[in-house]
Design a protein around this ligand. Sequence first.
Ligand SMILES: Nc1ncnc2c1ncn2[C@@H]1O[C@H](COP(=O)(O)OP(=O)(O)OP(=O)(O)O)[C@@H](O)[C@H]1O
Ligand SMILES: [Mg+2]
Length: 275
Amino acid sequence: MTTSPTDTGVATTTAPAISLRGVSKVFSTSSGPVHALDDITLDIEPGSFVSLIGPSGCGKSTLLRVIGDLIDPSEGVVEVHGRSAAAARKARDYGMVFQQAGLMDWRTVRRNIELPLQVQGVGRDERRAKARQMLKLVKLEQFEHHRPRQLSGGMQQRVAIARALSFQPRVLLMDEPLGALDEMTREHMQRELLGIYQATGTTVVFVTHSVSEATFLSTDVIVMSPRPGRIAEHLKIDLPAYRNDETRISEQYFAEEAKVRASLHSVLDESRRAA
Ligand SMILES: Nc1ncnc2c1ncn2[C@@H]1O[C@H](COP(=O)(O)OP(=O)(O)OP(=O)(O)O)[C@@H](O)[C@H]1O
Ligand SMILES: [Mg+2]
């Protein structure tokens, strides 16, 4: 629970959208146990945009997968909107986007976006209208009848984002969704993503390797230490809620980016000293 004063001075409590308590994950492999996550405790407030950043192999994807109920933690408790991650998944609280778009090539672009709605039993006309609205959002209206293989990697990734958003999930889990895009498309998608995030109020957990991307998008940045993954620092990003290209060249943005970079570097220095 987070307690915050309101304008009237009366304290209110906000239940976290996602709550992790003492979460650890050990994978058993043929060459012995791999300790991927260690004692992660974290509250994510509703409507926040949280980026996970840290060196390769520090457990970012594992943490995202634990939150999304794709794997079980070895220890600890995960709650999403006050219920278990499994119950949240059943209730379709999650939209997920991974580095690979994972589209079905035997379906057209539009019918890929319709798939989650179809699974939910939404009628044909409604799902078609929704898919078209999503295609417009990711600026691919002209490609609704194409097959995914006829699209570039960046365009496929935009379809995957449209598909994840089609049913308005309360939580969007994204694992390096923009990693494969060229810089201009990536910046464009960052702006689109912010627009969608602001319009929908979705809680976002976002994995990235990019300090600038994490700073530009996030309300919170979680810096993770190398294996076993722990939370090294939880940074609040002090930027206005509305951000645009001007933001990227503001003093305040540079200061916040430097803060994230310094934290990440101190984690890397520490791990080098420990090695
Ligand atoms: N299914 C699995 N079985 C065994 N080990 C795994 C499995 N998934 C992840 N690991 C191990 O857990 C550790 C954390 O992996 P994870 O993929 O979460 O890292 P990451 O921070 O996402 O890395 P990257 O930035 O390279 O994507 C790694 O050592 C990885 O080898
Ligand atoms: Mg990963």
